[in-house]
Design a protein around this ligand. Structure first.
Ligand code: UD1
Length: 417
């Protein structure tokens, strides 16, 4: 998809029907990285077909793992244990999540040389917590010529308290510790379900990890990991985005393939706003029943309201009578969608971490630009509800994180070209 590609949405259709949730990007990426330290022949299933995933598959190949994306949404892995330790510049700089290879490379080869990463422009996103964790395990870290060079003579279990429950740092340290000598305890660990999914993949391969889903994770190092087939968990952010698409068009949308638990914080807000919500064991439905009420939202580490749903929620609140407030506490530059929404008629005041949203009765189609992945989803939602045509540019952001997004919306009745 080129940087100039665009979508045209003819707004005003209410969405109805059922869509199936894809595999979680944020679980598939660290699991694929972990394949560097999990030997044998096995298949990772339910991997979404996304630009970021294709980068990670290329990364595995560049580092010595035979990895092949099968058209069925599975990645076939063959890892003989002979792994290189230098991650290629062009892959790392196009995706921040490529830094996930650092922990597995250290575990497998005791050496990782990884360029400083790139990725979405939603904040500074430093690596200090990852590096602090590696250092505690006995790794020497130096940053030179744009590379982070990490070396150890052996990895030794340690107690690590994270200053902030970073998702990536928790995952990286957990992976490095899985093949270390002795016991590692990560306290103030992040509790996101994707971390639990990664750990379950490692446990199936022979890792010893306890405390999953809590803020203290304990890892007993083992000498080696041997892989078996594994299916990645469903994407809760994708599911939440489709439920919002139903809500913003006052429709009735069911997402299949996900339970309500990982969506709890979102569902509570939907209910508070007056949306109808129903769930079964493996599906969640959102439907219009009464005019929506304004709410206040603060993004938090899991189980709080996810920062990855903040932009989509803002798109919805823009059309809700009254004054809503969103406080973004995770990333410092994650309101870029507010400017674009204002071009469509929204009334939003941004003051550093806070956005004050005064509801308007309608949005009008305009030309707008995606600034990052979730901002892109928010603009599409706004376009679905707007009067007239919305032209959305820079679609490559969407391609990074939503599998078949527009096709699924069209199935629900959206008019998108
Ligand atoms: C992951 C998700 C991303 C989500 C985010 C927060 C993946 C691939 N991405 O990103 O979609 O928005 O969690 O839920 O899983 N920080 C530091 N030092 C560090 C690491 C992080 O200060 O060493 C800060 C970041 O700048 C940010 C905050 O911690 O402000 C949260 O980052 P983190 O939880 O690490 O997010 P990611 O793992 O990058």
């Amino acid at each position: 998809m080129s940087h100039n590609s665009r979508l045209i949405i003819n707004g005003g259709q209410s969405l109805h029907g059922t869509v199936r949730c894809s595999g979680a990007k944020n679980a598939a990426l660290p699991i694929l990285a972990a394949c560097l330290m999990v030997q044998g022949d096995y298949i990772v299933h339910n991997v979404p077909n996304l630009a970021d995933i294709r980068i990670m598959v290329r990364m595995l190949k560049a580092l010595g793992v035979h990895a092949e994306y099968l058209s069925s949404g599975s990645v076939r892995i063959s890892n003989s244990g002979s792994i290189k330790h230098i991650a290629p510049y062009e892959l790392v700089t196009s995706m921040r999540a490529s830094f996930f290879v650092a922990g597995p490379l250290l575990a497998q080869t005791l050496h990782a040389k990884v360029p400083l990463p790139g990725g979405c422009a939603i904040g500074a996103r430093p690596l200090d917590l990852h590096l602090k964790g590696f250092k505690a395990l006995g790794v020497d870290v130096s940053i030179e010529h744009g590379f982070v060079d990490m070396k150890a003579s052996s990895l030794k279990g340690a107690s690590i308290c994270l200053d902030f429950p970073s998702v990536g740092a928790t995952e990286n340290v957990m992976m490095a510790a899985a093949l270390s000598d002795g016991e590692t305890v990560i306290s103030n660990a992040a509790r996101e379900p994707e971390i639990v999914d990664l750990a379950e993949f490692l446990i199936q391969a022979g890792a010893v990890i306890t405390g999953l889903g809590s803020s203290t994770i304990t890892i007993q190092g083992v000498p080696e990991l041997k892989g078996a087939d594994y299916a990645v968990m469903p994407d809760r952010i994708e599911a939440g985005t489709f439920l919002m698409a139903g809500a913003i068009t006052q429709g009735d949308v069911t997402v299949e393939g996900i339970s309500k638990e990982p969506l709890e914080a979102c569902i509570q807000k939907y209910t508070e706003m007056g949306l109808g919500v129903e769930h079964a064991e493996n599906s969640v439905r959102v439907f219009y029943k009464e005019p929506y009420r304004s709410v206040s939202i603060e993004t938090m580490p899991y189980p709080g309201f996810p920062t990855d749903m903040q932009a989509q929620m803002m798109a919805l609140l823009v059309l809700v009578d009254g004054v809503s407030m969103i406080k973004e506490t995770i990333f410092e530059n994650r309101f870029m969608h507010a400017n674009e929404l204002m071009r469509m008629g929204a009334n939003i005041q941004v003051d550093s971490q806070c956005a004050i949203i005064t509801g308007v009765s309608q949005l009008t189609g305009a030309e707008v630009k995606m600034t990052d992945l979730r901002a892109g989803a928010a603009l599409i939602l706004a376009g679905l509800a707007a009067v007239g045509d919305t032209y959305i540019y820079d679609l490559f952001h969407l391609e990074r994180g939503y599998e078949g997004f527009t096709d699924k919306l069209i199935e629900l009745g959206a008019q998108i070209r």
